[in-house]
Write a protein that binds this ligand. Structure first.
Ligand code: BES
Ligand code: MN
Ligand code: ZN
Length: 510
């Protein structure tokens, strides 16, 4: 995918050479004499183009317009949300065509804001992503070049650049989340992180079972012990500010497959538990976007990655394990494994003396029941952090909703046999899970995003969404003191090493 920003009016658009024009038409369309304006005015007047965001009308080889395909798309009130709806509809209609280079024209939108252009770029990226990795004959999307046409490129360039960086991050997050569990093992996930480590200002360290045992991460290890697939603890660093600047730590749940373990899940839709590393994928995607955008701040990423499987060595209901924090945990349900890997990562996070710690996890089915696929669950005992995250969700259209954390919700986590149990009955399941995590959040500001409903879509459109990369990036950029991105140092080329196949071979078991 290749994006370009260009200054074009509706009049100059008529002579622009492209395979297709996508023209966003607002309710309040200013009249013009050129071919595109006349066509749009006629279409609206006749009612053939309905004035509702996402409604389409296509034309072919129109006199006075150089591009063979013209797609008029209504954009309603031209809000960022309507722009998104319009572009997803238009690109969707064009995706199957032979068009390779399209112009998406926003020039008819009055008072265009950088954030609207950012939304347009992100929507293009979203609509153009196609999963291919484990297909023998993937059908590639021909449309690979998108020119964003606006009336004044200079005034919206910041939004455009942000959008392009975000698309790269969201794409990476979707790709790793979509890969089947045998194409995205903890080891392969760690290798993907190490690839990111080659980017400017990024460093990656990967810990294996020995190092994790030495750290005393007994809770994380308990989840991983039911499978032959070795765990990985991935540590990413983006250093964009002075060393003394406290970093924001992002922790992503990286369960590459969640069978439930001994408390095994029912078969229906169990395949979707390959998406149980959407939190981890969103952390990788956020680091990719950080490398693109180069903001002046420090960020640490932590990913505890393992499978949750039943096996002869698997942890059993009733087993008590000792977490890195020293707290003992009675594992009453092995399917509540996300909190067991996250709690040790939260303890590990304290060593960075963080400004804030945010964990991102497909943590509970209860959160899907509560909020569905529209908003992620947001939990935080720190009002300032909660507000900043909620605001970032709104500005990026990657929405979340704050949920409660009253101590009364923790009552059910009490047990006679350990310091804490890992489950507390069915009621308020998303909140009790967050209460469990809160016990391990040290004295730093902490927030938890439950993305069980938003990380991927089921049904015909089954696939990862790349959420909440956009939310996290908006939050992080708001923390960066410098409005101007810091200059990226050029990384010395790393020594030649064996080139990895871009399509990894599936893992096979002996
Ligand atoms: N990964 C699941 C949560 C999940 C379930 C996400 C369905 C998306 C869709 C998590 O590990 C899990 O199994 N949670 C249990 C917790 C329960 C045992 C307390 C759940 O939600 O059922
Ligand atoms: Mn589970
Ligand atoms: Zn899980």
């Amino acid at each position: 995918m290749d994006f370009e920003l260009k200054t074009l009016t509706l009049a100059t658009l008529c002579s622009e050479k492209a395979d297709a024009l996508i023209v966003l038409i607002p309710d309040a369309l200013a009249g013009g004499e050129d071919a595109v304006s006349s066509l749009a005015a006629l279409a609206l007047k006749s009612g053939d183009l309905e004035a509702k965001a996402g409604k389409l009308l296509s034309a072919y080889r129109t006199p006075g317009i150089a591009a063979p395909r013209v797609l008029l798309v209504s954009v309603g009130n031209a809000s960022a949300k309507s722009v998104r709806t319009a572009i997803v509809a238009a690109i969707g209609a064009l995706k199957a065509s032979n068009a390779q280079r399209a112009v998406v024209c926003l020039s008819a939108l009055a008072d265009l804001q950088p954030d609207t252009v950012r939304a347009a770029v992100v929507a293009c990226g979203d609509a153009l992503y196609a999963y291919a990795t484990s297909k023998s004959k993937p059908s590639p999307v021909k449309l690979q070049r998108v020119v964003l046409a606006v009336e004044k490129a200079a005034s919206v360039k910041a939004g455009f650049d942000k959008g392009v960086g975000l698309v790269k991050g969201i794409e990476l997050a979707k790709e790793w989340a979509n890969r089947p569990a045998n194409y995205a093992t903890p080891t392969l996930l760690a290798e993907a992180a190490q690839e990111l480590g080659k980017l400017p200002r990024l460093k990656v360290e990967v810990l294996g079972p020995k190092e994790v045992a030495k750290l005393g991460m007994g809770s994380f290890m308990a989840v991983a012990q039911g499978t032959a697939e070795p765990l990985r603890f991935i540590v990413l660093r983006y250093d964009g500010a002075a060393k003394a600047d406290a970093p924001v730590v992002l922790i992503g749940k990286g369960i590459t497959f969640d069978s439930g373990g001994i408390s095994i899940k029912p078969s229906a839709e169990m395949d979707e538990m390959k998406f149980d590393m959407c939190g981890a994928a969103s952390v990788l995607g956020t680091f990719k976007a950080l490398a693109e955008l180069q903001p002046a701040l420090n960020v640490v990423g932590l990913i505890p990655a393992c499978e949750n499987m039943p096996g002869e060595r698997a942890v059993k209901p009733g087993d008590v394990v000792t977490s890195m924090s020293g707290q003992t945990i009675e594992i009453l349900n092995t399917d509540a494994e996300g909190r067991l890997v996250l709690c040790d990562a939260l303890t590990y996070a304290a060593r960075f003396k963080p400004a804030a710690v945010i964990d991102i996890a497909t943590l509970t089915g209860a959160c899907v029941v509560a909020l569905g696929g529209v908003r992620s669950g947001l939990f935080s005992s720190n009002d300032a952090l909660a507000e900043a995250l909620a605001k970032a969700g709104e500005s990026s259209q990657d929405l979340c909703w704050r949920m409660p954390l009253d101590d009364d919700y923790a009552e059910g986590l009490k047990t006679h046999f350990a310091d804490i149990a890992n489950v507390a009955g069915r009621a308020g399941g998303a909140v009790t899970a967050a209460k469990f995590l809160q016990r391990f959040a040290g004295d730093f500001p902490w927030a938890h995003l439950d993305i069980a409903g938003t990380g991927w879509k089921s049904g015909a459109a089954k696939g990862a969404t790349g959420r909440p990369v956009a939310l996290l990036i908006d939050y992080l950029l708001a923390q960066a003191p410098a409005a101007v991105p810091a200059k990226a140092p050029t990384k010395a080329p790393t020594k030649a090493r064996t080139v990895k196949k871009s399509v990894p071979a599936p893992r096979t078991r002996a």
